[in-house]
Design a protein around this ligand. Structure first.
Ligand SMILES: NC(=O)c1ccc[n+]([C@@H]2O[C@H](COP(=O)([O-])OP(=O)(O)OC[C@H]3O[C@@H](n4cnc5c(N)ncnc54)[C@H](OP(=O)(O)O)[C@@H]3O)[C@@H](O)[C@H]2O)c1
Length: 247
């Protein structure tokens, strides 16, 4: 019970990595607000867990994000942990083939969305000396041959430097800010790249540990950064990627 008495807000929690983060938080005694865009799936997911509630919102809409934070406070009275996890992955195209609209759509969710949640959460995290965990990606750490998702890589790299900026900016309030960079994890996001057995073998072999990751493995690292076990850790960028980014 590493999070007894804590209140957490997890974005993109309806499925994939975000759901597993909400699950491990609730199993460790936290009260958890799950948020994402699709309200039905979100509610179903929250209903599978104890001590949780769901508040749907489109991360691209400032007023909806503000309401999620407000409702978190109304329901649970405070906020200790924010996990900026929501994200989208674009169609694979080279830079010269993408429109400005496609570029901005990715930035709106993966970068400005994290700004929105963080901005509204900070005043409450200042009261609790809380913590923020940003979910970036290996794609924010380096370039990969044939990856061709530049808007995505740009948002994930930005989140890495923002983790350090926010860690410095809010250290005086004792808010810790850390970041996780997963490699390829088996979720809806990576389904299009794992269709055939051959795809899966390729992805497995691309990771030095010989396999892609499970969302639960990312969630365990998020738990570490959310709880007292990491009490002296801030501004850290943790690769949870089977060694992929070391190559
Ligand atoms: N899977 C990987 O291999 C991998 C690797 C590195 C980093 N990551 C990062 O890990 C995070 C989670 O990825 P995942 O694989 O779990 O993805 P996923 O299964 O596709 O889930 C994405 C989540 O983000 C939410 N979301 C998307 N657009 C949104 C919007 N406009 N407003 C609110 N919520 C929105 C989705 O909500 P709805 O259900 O409502 O659509 C869903 O809950 C992402 O930031 C991703 O970039 C993933």
């Amino acid at each position: 019970m590493k999070l007894e008495g804590k209140v957490a807000l997890v974005t993109g929690a309806s499925r994939g990595i975000g759901f597993e983060i909400a699950k491990i938080f609730s199993e460790n005694g936290a009260k958890v607000v799950l948020t994402s865009k699709n309200s039905r799936q979100l509610e179903d997911s929250a209903n599978q867990l104890t001590n949780t509630t769901s508040v749907p919102a489109d991360i691209r809409k400032e007023e909806e994000v503000k309401q999620v934070v407000k409702k978190t406070i109304e329901i649970f009275g405070k906020l200790d942990i924010l996990v900026n996890n929501a994200g989208v992955f674009p169609k694979i195209k080279q830079l010269h083939e993408i429109s400005e609209l496609e570029w901005n759509d990715v930035l709106d969710v993966n970068l400005t969305g994290q700004f929105r949640f963080t901005k509204f959460a900070i005043p409450y995290l200042q009261k609790t000396s809380g913590t923020i965990i940003n979910i970036s990606s290996d794609a924010g750490l380096k370039a990969y041959e044939g990856f061709n998702a530049d808007a995505y890589s740009a948002t994930k790299a930005a989140l890495i430097v923002l983790t350090k900026c926010w860690a410095l900016e809010y250290a005086k309030d004792k808010i810790r800010v850390n970041c996780i960079c997963p490699g390829v994890v088996d979720t809806d996001m990576t389904k299009p790249f794992l269709i055939t057995q051959k795809d899966r073998e390729f992805m497995n072999n691309d990771h030095p540990l010989g396999r892609i990751g499970a969302p639960e493995e990312v969630a365990k690292s998020v738990l570490f950064l959310a709880c007292e076990d990491s009490s002296w850790t801030t501004g850290a960028i943790l690769a949870v990627d089977g060694g992929q980014s070391t190559k």
